[in-house]
Design a protein around this ligand. Structure first.
Ligand SMILES: C[S@@+](CC[C@H](N)C(=O)[O-])C[C@H]1O[C@@H](n2cnc3c(N)ncnc32)[C@H](O)[C@@H]1O
Length: 287
């Protein structure tokens, strides 16, 4: 790892994949609403990890318990942590091939079903950097089905960032797991900070985006999440939750309405750019 030190000093890690619901644009607002002091950090819907990276940069020794139910995503974090050099080589190989014949190569990789860890993860990152809108979406059989994006020069191998991410993830204070959110939250104690960023409750039928994994997150899951929120609240944790401004969420969290704020977001997920702007979402806290 020594040869990487110079880069580490100058590079701030950021999400290595573009993820639906990514929080980078909202970071300044979210940051203002975080507790000033807390013990450990819990984020059980990790996605691209924008919030975790932000907090680790502020407090490098922070103890973090992070997870997501998407096993390919978690395998990517683990691979970047443990085998970053091999991963970079595999991405460089994809990049060379892509720039020779993008369309043919993209669809060949999209149809492939790799078996090794490095091949699986380099495929996920490659597709994420080159697919339409950069979003991860699988169909009901768990197959990635997004068409080729219109990029002229996608940055398939962001080496500096992968090395910086690898370095921060090697901290013994970070636990990364693939599991349901309730399992991760079992360990949360008084004065810990929990940030919950679940797949959002759809506001209307057409905005229903719940295919991050092939099990979608339904209303019963939103209810389970509400019960977890209440449990953590009574334990003395600081809990902050993002969700859509939908009637279902407003009703479930009615008792926290005085600690609920509306924030405007620009989520970059609708493929029709005209529909991307100007909608608001909720930030619900217990403090
Ligand atoms: C809104 S995204 C999180 C976005 C993230 N905050 C970011 O900045 O990229 C929701 C995440 O929840 C995960 N997820 C879906 N169902 C889950 C469950 N039952 N338990 C844990 N994670 C789940 C999805 O795989 C997805 O990555």
């Amino acid at each position: 790892m020594k040869q990487h030190y110079k880069q580490l000093l100058t590079f701030t890690p950021k999400p290595f994949v573009k993820w639906a619901g990514g929080k980078r644009q909202l970071m300044p607002t979210l940051s203002k609403h975080m507790p000033k002091k807390f013990n450990s950090y819990f984020e059980p819907f990790l996605g691209g990890g924008a919030v975790m990276f932000h907090l680790i940069m502020k407090t490098p020794q922070l103890e973090c318990f992070v997870s997501d139910l998407n096993s390919d995503l978690i395998l990517s974090y683990v691979t970047i942590r443990d085998r970053v050099d091999e991963l970079i080589s595999a991405l460089e190989f994809h990049s060379d091939k892509y720039f020779k014949n993008s369309k043919e190569y993209y669809y060949a990789i999209r149809e492939s079903n790799p078996k090794t860890q490095i091949d699986k993860v380099s495929r996920l990152i490659f597709l994420n950097k080159t697919c339409f809108n950069g979003l991860y979406r699988v169909n009901s059989k768990g197959k990635f089905n997004v068409p080729l994006g219109k990029y002229t020069n996608p940055n398939i191998v962001n080496k500096d960032n992968l090395i910086a991410v690898s370095h921060v993830l090697q901290s013994k204070n970070i636990s990364i797991k693939c599991q349901d959110f309730t399992k991760t939250l079992e360990a949360a104690q008084k004065n810990d900070f929990v940030y919950l960023d679940p797949p959002y409750q759809p506001v209307s039928q057409s905005s229903n985006f719940t295919s991050y994994t092939n099990d979608s997150f339904g209303y019963e899951d939103q209810e389970r999440l509400f019960l977890e929120f209440q449990r953590l609240d009574s334990k003395g944790c600081y809990v902050m939750l993002s969700n859509s401004k939908s009637d279902e969420v407003l009703d479930l969290f009615e008792n926290y309405s005085d600690k609920t704020i509306e924030i405007s977001s620009n989520r970059f997920i609708n493929s029709d750019s005209k529909k991307r702007t100007g909608h608001s979402e909720l930030l619900i806290k217990n403090y």
